[in-house]
Design a protein around this ligand. Structure first.
Ligand code: GLC
Length: 559
């Protein structure tokens, strides 16, 4: 008998209220850096398929793939030229279907990235817009405006690109004269769509159906807070010390505008017409948890990344507060909270948690950055932080390589860097390449088993031999073993569906809670703390007799 995608889906369908995405652990694959079957130095979809058994063994419920659609790769695939095709560097639609079927056979769900805020400037619509006249329907799919100044030589407003520089680029009209300007929140190769245009909205509903028909379980929606811009495009200058994606200032005319909720309601309907609990997850950097929770009301998205959790410093009071607030705010709208510590846009948490200087999101760290992290402290904190996170009720996201304890790569040579941020700020901000280096599978192989040719689009550090998967898999004290144990225990105890109850009496520097049959104690203070009685199931680092050392988390079976 052949195993079809329908069979897989039938096995996976859940009762209302217990949909898979409420409790899932979702592993982010950054395809260009995961595994490279073709050997050209860039990862690909057959590489993903080849390692699905490793992900099954790790114990994740789902994977999210960063963009693999057709793209000139000006922003590592977040500049899409054709939303309905696979870029040849990653393989073909056939490779995608094979990967999806192989994942479903293993009970692993698949979420794909969708980039609706902007396309690539190579997208056929943008090329048509460039050729068409001001005021034409072709231009109306994007945000074209006349310039200011005497001859339109100044941009329409003061907005600044997330990647540095201005947010507008002037075009040359078909007759060769300097013309209108178009808006790009990100690189100039990423023009923003006009989401008040019905044609744009219809097109994206159709793109959703294209991937849903192929069998995907949902979408991670890129820059979901950017689609709608404030009426009249009023001037705004961002705080230079803030994170580049927003989330700091209260009112930003291109982030989190209320009109975006109608889009999610339309998309919710599209997904609801399909069987199998398909889900939408918002990438939305908003000022408060409270505001983010509005994005996951019952008729909108299903999940939103909890960047407030990700951005919380390594401080027990701050962590207790953000966890309490998240469970409350998301709970009030009937959505799960999500939890996340790393992704392809932030400094890996094995480094970030030990930084000793301010480091706004998107800035990255490099050879000349202040406050570089102590790697040993960083890894202890990362192991403790993940052990805390995976005990929380709700759904968690992991980023490829964190299960190996990978740090941020700080010493990348300047000429290897590829993040547009690096170029657009003339090297003032290092950007995000340091968390995107191809991951090590085999200590003793070319490119650490990323492929078998040794090619790698970013150079891998020599120290990564010790962190390769095969060097960790049989080591009981390795980070990989810790992750596998955490995920197995989480599953057995159904922690994702549990409830959190705070435990008092451990002091201000300790985060302690109960989730069902589990006690979780994380010590963020300088002094070791006395452990309560009970069987220690797991510890993120060595214990000191019956005391819990600094930067360590323990899971104890409740009496
Ligand atoms: C999102 C992506 C990031 C990308 C940006 C523009 O924030 O996660 O990698 O550069 O959107 O698409």
């Amino acid at each position: 008998m052949t195993f079809t995608q329908e069979d897989a889906r039938a096995d996976l369908v859940a009762a209302p209220g217990s949909e898979w995405w409420r409790t899932a652990v979702i592993y982010q694959i950054y395809p260009r850096s995961f595994a490279d079957a073709s050997g050209d130095g860039l990862g690909d979809l057959p590489g993903v398929t080849a390692h699905l058994d490793d992900l099954k063994d790790l114990g994740v419920d789902a994977i999210w793939l960063s963009p693999f659609q057709r793209s000139p790769q000006k922003d590592a695939g977040y500049d899409v030229a054709d939303y309905r095709d696979v870029d040849p560097i990653f393989g073909s639609l056939g490779d995608f279907d094979a990967m999806l079927a192989a994942a479903h056979e293993r009970g692993i769900r698949v979420i794909v990235d969708l980039v609706p805020n902007h396309s690539s400037d190579q997208h056929v619509w943008f090329q048509e817009a460039l050729k068409a006249a001001p005021g034409s329907p072709e231009r109306a799919r994007y945000i074209f405006r006349d310039g200011t100044g005497e001859n339109g030589e100044l941009p329409p407003n003061t907005w600044e690109s997330v990647f540095g520089g201005g947010m507008w680029k002037r075009v040359t009209e078909a007759d060769g004269t300097p013309g209108q300007w178009y808006l790009h929140i990100f690189d100039e190769s990423q023009p923003d769509f006009d989401w008040t245009n019905d044609e744009v909205r219809a097109e994206f509903r159709d793109v959703l159906r294209f991937w849903l028909d192929r069998g995907v379980d949902g979408f991670r929606v890129d820059v979901a807070h950017g689609l709608i811009k404030a009426e009249g495009l009023p001037d705004f200058t961002p705080d230079p010390d803030g994170g580049s994606m927003g989330g700091d200032a209260e009112e930003v005319p291109y982030w989190g505008q209320p009109g975006v909720h109608d889009v999610w309601r339309e998309w919710h309907e599209v997904l609801a017409a399909y069987d199998g609990d398909r889900a939408l997850c918002a990438e939305a950097w908003l000022p408060t948890v409270e505001q983010t929770a509005l994005w996951v009301r019952p008729d909108e998205m299903h999940q939103a990344f909890n960047f407030h959790y990700l951005e919380t410093e390594w401080d027990a009071t701050a962590l207790r507060d953000v966890i309490t607030e998240s469970l409350r705010a998301y709970g009030e709208v009937g959505a799960p909270s999500t939890w996340v510590l790393s992704n392809h846009d932030v400094v890996r948490h094995a480094s970030r948690l030990a930084l000793t200087a301010e480091n706004p999101q998107g800035a990255g760290i490099g050879p000349n950055s202040p406050g570089k992290p102590d790697p040993v402290k960083g890894l202890s904190r990362a192991r403790a932080a993940t052990s805390l996170m995976l005990a929380l009720p709700g759904s968690s996201y992991l980023y490829q390589g964190e299960e190996l304890g990978l740090p941020e790569v700080i010493d990348l040579p300047d000429d290897a860097r590829q993040d547009p941020t690096w170029f657009r700020t003339n090297g003032e901000r290092y950007g995000r390449d340091g968390c995107r280096v191809p991951i090590p599978w085999t200590a003793d192989a070319p490119a650490y088993g990323f492929n078998d040719t040794g090619a790698s689009w970013l150079p891998q550090p020599a120290e990564w031999a010790d962190l390769a998967r095969d060097a960790q898999v049989d080591d009981p004290s390795s980070t990989l073993t810790l992750y596998r144990s955490l995920l197995a225990e989480r599953r057995v105890r159904d922690l994702g569906a549990g409830e959190l109850e705070w435990l008092d009496g451990f002091g201000d520097d300790v985060v302690a809670f109960r989730n069902g049959s589990l006690l979780v104690i994380a010590n963020l203070g300088d002094d070791a703390v006395e452990l309560p009685a009970g069987e220690v199931l797991l510890a993120s680092g060595p214990l000191d007799g019956d005391r819990l050392p600094t930067d360590t988390t323990v899971w104890i079976a409740a009496a």
